[in-house]
Design a protein around this ligand. Structure first.
Ligand SMILES: [Zn+2]
Length: 233
């Protein structure tokens, strides 16, 4: 799990996120000049909560961003942590882009519903149309749809734990990509044999082989479904 650590003040219900940046200086512009002021958030927190009951918290889950991107600095994230006894939900917020992340205790929990495996329907369709645009006999739209339908059928049988990770999504923290095994491609080609002519089969095979690596359009999409369960306000 993540290496994040937190300190929880049980008297004030305040949470401090322990980071490498705790001792980093803060730079600010004062009258056109950069001014450096030493900051030690950890020390400041310890001083503010001197004599209070402090407990370390460790993450139980990965951070989760239910309705936004991990790469949006203003996204609200959640993480479940424990003091060794209780499960506690923390909400990560940033009041403005200029301020560091802060964490607060909130009621609720994260429910991990596991990983689903799918394919990239629309990107495949777009890429196939583009790919075959210049060929002597371009694949017609209905044939492209049929190919996507067959691929979806083959992928239905794959378990997430059997998939080799090949990349991560840039805009969704819960999405990663996987490389389909050679037997998956063979099975797909076997299904295609029934519906496509031999020259089409060659084209399709070439298309698959050149679009299967990393996050390319034939890569599998593995989506972790995490649901935020919060009591109604
Ligand atoms: Zn306190």
């Amino acid at each position: 799990m993540g290496k994040d650590k937190f300190i929880w003040c049980r008297n004030c219900d305040a949470v401090h996120h322990v980071t490498h940046f705790d001792k980093a200086p803060i730079y600010s512009f004062v009258a056109g000049e950069v001014e450096e002021s030493p900051a030690d958030d950890w020390r400041a927190f310890m001083k503010r909560h001197e004599g209070h009951r402090l407990e370390p918290l460790e993450p139980l889950t990965e951070k989760c961003f239910p309705d936004a991107s991990v790469f949006d600095p203003m996204s609200v994230g959640y993480v479940e942590v424990t003091n060794g006894q209780d499960r506690i939900l923390l909400r990560q917020v940033r009041k403005s882009i200029y301020e560091p992340l802060s964490f607060e205790l909130v009621a609720g929990r994260l429910i991990d519903q596991g990983v689903t495996v799918g394919i990239q329907d629309n990107p495949i369709k777009k890429e196939m149309k583009y790919h075959f645009e210049w060929s002597a006999e371009p694949l017609q739209d209905d044939k492209i749809d049929l190919f996507i339908e067959l691929y979806r059928e083959v992928v239905k049988e794959i378990k997430p734990e059997e998939i080799e990770l090949s990349g991560f999504s840039f805009d969704d923290a819960n999405v990663s990509f996987g490389l389909p095994e050679p037997r998956v491609v063979e099975l797909l080609m076997l299904k295609c044999v029934v519906y496509f002519r031999s020259n089409e089969l060659l084209d399709i095979r070439k298309f698959i082989d050149s679009h299967i690596k990393g996050c390319d359009v034939m890569a599998l999409v593995m989506r972790r479904q995490i649901i935020l369960d919060r009591p109604a306000a």
